[in-house]
Every structure is written in structure tokens, then in C-alpha cells.
Design a protein around this ligand. Structure first.
Ligand SMILES: Nc1ncnc2c1ncn2[C@@H]1O[C@H](COP(=O)(O)OP(=O)(O)OP(=O)(O)O)[C@@H](O)[C@H]1O
Ligand SMILES: [Mg+2]
Length: 294
């Protein structure tokens, strides 16, 4: 099936890659692209630094769902709020729920329990996509701006480990529901972002290997972002030499990806535009053209 159709089917798309390669920019581009095609898309950020709103040219979400454009939404999520919500739902007497949530032992549990944050993030995405959140708009697809590579793998594998380790209870139930969801190749997909430089490419290849091993899945799409334009032929100054060198590094790493990465890839240039909505719009046009050509 063409990659465009695959992406249009998904209810959850997780975007990951090495730190700083353009994950947040590509999450914004994907959200915008899918919304333009009529999918009701929500980009979900869990980074407390909150920068997706800046890339999309809207006010900070501060935890709320913000409308970016028709069919297009943004939310910055505090995973802790989701965990509190599960407790609140389980404990029927509000006063007791409040006491639990405010107790030091509960705080230690939430901070220390491995995988709980990941389950909270994915559980929230699942409920959004299923229309189970009372005040949320109707959403067809959630695009998650996931943490950098190592954590991205953990995000996807934690629910299964958690469900197996805990066995029973509300968090274990949520964990196994989420584990099934992320293992379903129709419901969810993974997009890896890299720059065509040695270390990010190394990490992208490693991520692919680990995912296949632990998860039995391949990423849907690879985006090679921030590619240098061809350097001018003439000129022997240092700047032109540096430019040629960077360009050649990109060429070498793209060749490496040609050999080692099986599956669709989209190349996007480094644009001379400041971070913000104008950059995302320009990248989105290029992304759409490349996506349709795949
Ligand atoms: N193709 C591009 N052309 C120009 N600037 C870009 C491009 N892609 C990303 N940027 C800029 O590069 C910077 C890093 O991008 P971004 O914040 O998306 O990376 P990230 O992978 O999310 O980083 P982090 O790991 O810190 O979350 C941002 O200022 C962004 O606007
Ligand atoms: Mg980011």
C-alpha cells in the first residue's frame, strides 16, 4: 500500500529520532499535512519546554487542546495529570481520591514506577483517538512528538513490559490496552526523523534494529531532514569549502541509508527560514510533494 494511504489510516503516529534532528518540526509538518487531507489531526507534545506552539504559530497550550486550523489541534500533555485522572476515576469517593493524589507515597509511586509515564502518554492518545475524552474535539489521528530515540523505543515497549509485570489493576488494564494498540499495525505507526550525518543515521539504523527485535515492527517512514543544498562550483574560500564538505557528508550518509534502510524515505532541505509557522508551511509543501511521489 502506498505510504500516503498508510499514514491516512493510522490513528496514532509516533515521531522519533535523535535529539535536535527536527522531530518537533516534522510532527508539525505531518499534522498539517494530514489535516489538509481532511483528517482531524492532533499533535501531542509531552516536552515541558513546550515548543510546538511556536512552530505552529499559536499560543502555548498549557495543557489544553488548542485549535491551530480547521481539523488541526495541538496539546501539551503533563503525563502526571493522566495518572491522577486514572486514580480519580477508580476511587469513587472524590475526597479519598484527592487524599491519595496528594499523598507522598503516591508521588513516589508515580515518579518511580517504570513505564507509568509512557502508559499515561499513550493511554491519553488512545482515548483522544477513540473520542473518549468528554471535552475534546473529534480526533481521527494523534501525532506524538516522542522523546529522542532511546526513550522513543522505551515508550513503545514499556506498556507490554508493565502489563506483564503488574498483572492486575487499573494501570495494568490500561497498559495492556495500550500495548495492543501500539502493536496493531493498522492503528499505529512510527515515523523516524534523522539528519544525513553519521551519528543521527547510526541512531536511526539502531532504532530500526531494536524495534524489529523487541517489537516485531518496522517504521512506516524515514525523513532525512535539514539537507544542505549543492555548493556552488566556483569559489575557493573557506566558507564554500565548508559548504561543500557538509554537502558531501549528506551525500555519503544518504548513500548509506540507500544501502541500509529498507522502506520509504523523504528528503527535506535545510531552509533559510527561522523556526516558526512559515518554516513548517514551507517544509509541509515539500513534504506533500515528496509524499505523493512515493
Ligand atoms: N529543514 C529545516 N530547515 C531549517 N530549520 C529547521 C529544519 N528542521 C528543523 N529546523 C529547526 O531546527 C531546530 C531543531 O528542530 P526541532 O526542534 O524540530 O528538533 P527536535 O528533534 O524536536 O529537537 P529536540 O530533540 O530538542 O526536541 C528548530 O529551531 C527548528 O525550527
Ligand atoms: Mg522537539
Amino acid at each position: 500500500m502506498p505510504i500516503l494511504e498508510c499514514l491516512l489510516q493510522r490513528r496514532l503516529i509516533v515521531v522519533t529520532g535523535k535529539g535536535g534532528v527536527g522531530k518537533s518540526a516534522m510532527t508539525s509538518v505531518l499534522g498539517r499535512s494530514l489535516a489538509r487531507r481532511g483528517r482531524r489531526a492532533l499533535v501531542l507534545e509531552v516536552d515541558p519546554r513546550e515548543n510546538l506552539h511556536q512552530l505552529l504559530g499559536v499560543a502555548p497550550s498549557g495543557g489544553a487542546i488548542v485549535e491551530v486550523a480547521p481539523n488541526f489541534y495541538l496539546q501539551n500533555l503533563k503525563p502526571r495529570h493522566v495518572v491522577d485522572w486514572v486514580v480519580d476515576k477508580q476511587v469513587k469517593i472524590k475526597m479519598i481520591a484527592k487524599r491519595v493524589i496528594n499523598s507522598p507515597i503516591y508521588h513516589r509511586f508515580v515518579e518511580g514506577a517504570p513505564g507509568l509515564t509512557e502508559i499515561a502518554i499513550l493511554g491519553h492518545a488512545l482515548r483522544l483517538a477513540r473520542g473518549e475524552l468528554p471535552d475534546a474535539p473529534d480526533i481521527d489521528v494523534v501525532i506524538l512528538d516522542a522523546p529522542a530515540t532511546g526513550h522513543g523505543v522505551y515508550l513503545l515497549t514499556a506498556p507490554k513490559l508493565f502489563a506483564a509485570a503488574i498483572g492486575k489493576g487499573p494501570f495494568a488494564d490500561l497498559a495492556s490496552e495500550v500495548a495492543d494498540y501500539v502493536a496493531d499495525p493498522v492503528a499505529s505507526g512510527l515515523v523516524v526523523v534523522t539528519q544525513a550525518e553519521e551519528m543521527p543515521v547510526q541512531e536511526a539504523l539502531e532504532l530500526r534494529r531494536v524495534l524489529a527485535e523487541r517489537f516485531g515492527r518496522d517504521p512506516e517512514l524515514l525523513i532525512a531532514n535539514g539537507l544542505y543544498p549543492v555548493a556552488p562550483d566556483r569559489g575557493d574560500d573557506e566558507l564554500t569549502a565548508l559548504w561543500r564538505r557538509r554537502y558531501q557528508l549528506n551525500v555519503d550518509q544518504l548513500e548509506r541509508l540507500d544501502r541500509q534502510w529498507a522502506g520509504p524515505r523523504i528528503n527535506l532541505p535545510l531552509l533559510p527560514i527561522d523556526s516558526g509557522a512559515e518554516l513548517v508551511a514551507a517544509l509541509c509543501d515539500r513534504f506533500d510533494t515528496a509524499l505523493e511521489a512515493l
